[in-house]
Ligand binder design. Structure first.
Ligand code: NDP
Length: 313
C-alpha cells in the first residue's frame, strides 16, 4: 500500500476546502487535498456567481473554483483527485484511505465535504438542470426577474427561498405536500402574508415540461384521495428546497453530528469532538450555505489547524 504522510489533510474541494488549502500552504504546512466526488463542489452546478466579493462583472461557479484551486496550488498545495473511503480517527496520526489505494497518515484533518441538495427523484429534474431547475434561490433567483417560479418544500429553507424570490419574481408558488408548513411560525406568517406568494397545500409534483427551457410543472392535488386532481402550472423556474444531506457518512463513527447529520463544531472555532480534526463549509453549516461563508470557514479551519500543530510542538 502506498502511504503518504502530511501535516494537514483536507478532504473535499469547494470554496471551504480550496481556501483551507490556500491558507495552510501559505503557512508552510504542505497540505494535501483530495477533491472528492464533485471537484469544486456545489458551485460547479450553478451558472453565474454575482455575489462573491472581488468579481464586479460576475463569474461562473466553475471559474471561481478553478481560480481558488490555482491560487492554492501556486503556494504548494498538493491537490489530487480521489475519494476518501475510510477513516480511523482513534489516534494521531489519523489514518485515511483513498479509493486509489493510498493510505494517508495525517497530523490534522480538515473536513470540507459539503452537502448535497436533495431532489425529488423525477427524471425531468436533471433534464432541466440549469434550464429552469435549481436548488439555490440565492444563486439563481436573479435570472427570474418578473417571472413565475415555484419552490418545493414546506420547511424554513423553502419559506426563506420563497420570500427571497418574491422580491425578484412576479409570482411565487410554494408547493407543499402536506396541509401545513413545517417551517417556524414566524417564517410561516411572513410567507402567508406576502401577496405574491401562493401556497399550494396537499400538492405533489408529478413531472416538468418545456421545449428547451422549463415551461411548467405537472401537479397533483390531494393525491390518493377521491378528490385527486391533476393540473399544469406554467412556471419559468422550479426551485428545490426539500433539504440538504451533509456528506458525513464516512466520518460518522468518530465525529459528533447533529440530529440531521451536520458536523458539530466547538463554539466559534472549527474544532470537532476529535482533537486535530476540523470542519469547514456546508458540512458543518445548515444555515448560511454561501460560497463566501464556506470560504471564510475554510480560512478559520486552516488557522485552527495551524495553531493546533504549533501547540503540539
Ligand atoms: P426540513 O427538513 O426542515 O424541511 C424539508 C421540507 O421539504 C419539509 O416541508 C418536507 O415535507 C419537504 N419534503 C421533503 N421531502 C419531500 C419530497 N420528496 N416531496 C415534497 N416535499 C418534501 O429542511 P430545511 O432545509 O427546510 O431545514 C433544515 C434545517 O435548517 C431545519 O432545522 C431548519 O429549521 C433549519 N433552517 C433554519 C433557517 C433559519 O433559521 N433561518 C433557514 C433554513 C433552514 P414534510 O414536512 O411533509 O416532511
Amino acid at each position: 500500500m502506498n502511504t503518504t504522510n502530511t501535516k494537514c489533510l483536507i478532504i473535499g474541494s469547494g470554496p471551504a476546502g480550496y481556501t483551507a488549502a490556500l491558507y495552510t500552504s501559505r503557512a508552510n504546512l504542505s497540505p494535501l487535498l483530495y477533491e472528492g466526488h464533485q471537484p469544486g463542489g456545489q458551485l460547479t452546478i450553478t451558472t453565474e456567481v454575482e455575489n462573491f466579493p472581488g468579481y464586479p462583472e460576475g463569474t461562473t461557479g466553475t471559474q471561481l473554483m478553478e481560480d481558488i484551486r490555482r491560487q492554492a496550488i501556486k503556494f504548494g498545495a498538493d491537490v489530487r483527485p480521489g475519494i476518501v473511503t475510510e477513516v480511523d480517527f482513534s489516534q494521531r496520526p489519523f489514518k485515511v484511505k483513498v479509493d486509489d489505494g493510498t493510505q494517508i497518515l495525517a497530523e490534522t484533518v480538515i473536513i470540507s465535504t459539503g452537502a448535497t441538495a436533495k431532489f425529488l427523484g423525477l427524471p425531468d429534474e436533471q433534464r432541466y438542470m440549469g434550464l429552469g431547475v435549481s436548488a439555490c434561490a440565492t444563486c439563481d433567483g436573479f435570472f427570474y426577474r418578473k417571472k413565475r417560479v415555484a419552490v418545493v418544500g414546506g420547511g424554513d429553507t423553502a419559506c426563506e427561498e420563497a420570500l427571497y424570490l418574491s422580491n425578484i419574481a412576479a409570482d411565487v408558488f410554494l408547493i407543499v405536500r402536506k396541509d401545513h408548513l413545517r417551517a417556524s411560525k414566524v417564517m410561516q406568517r411572513r410567507v402567508l402574508e406576502k401577496p405574491n406568494i401562493k401556497v399550494l397545500f396537499n400538492t405533489n409534483t408529478a413531472g416538468l415540461y418545456g421545449e428547451e427551457f422549463l415551461e411548467g410543472a405537472h401537479l397533483v392535488e390531494n393525491k390518493g384521495t377521491d378528490n385527486e386532481q391533476h393540473y399544469d402550472l406554467a412556471i419559468d423556474g422550479f426551485f428545490l428546497a426539500i433539504g440538504h444531506k451533509p456528506n458525513t457518512d464516512v466520518f460518522a463513527k468518530y465525529i459528533e453530528l447533529d440530529e440531521t447529520g451536520y458536523i458539530k463544531t466547538n463554539g466559534h472555532s472549527t474544532a470537532t469532538n476529535v482533537e486535530g480534526v476540523f470542519a469547514a463549509g456546508d458540512v458543518a453549516d445548515p444555515h448560511y450555505r454561501q460560497a463566501i461563508t464556506a470560504a471564510g470557514s475554510g480560512c478559520r479551519a486552516a488557522l485552527d489547524a495551524e495553531r493546533f500543530l504549533a501547540e503540539q510542538e
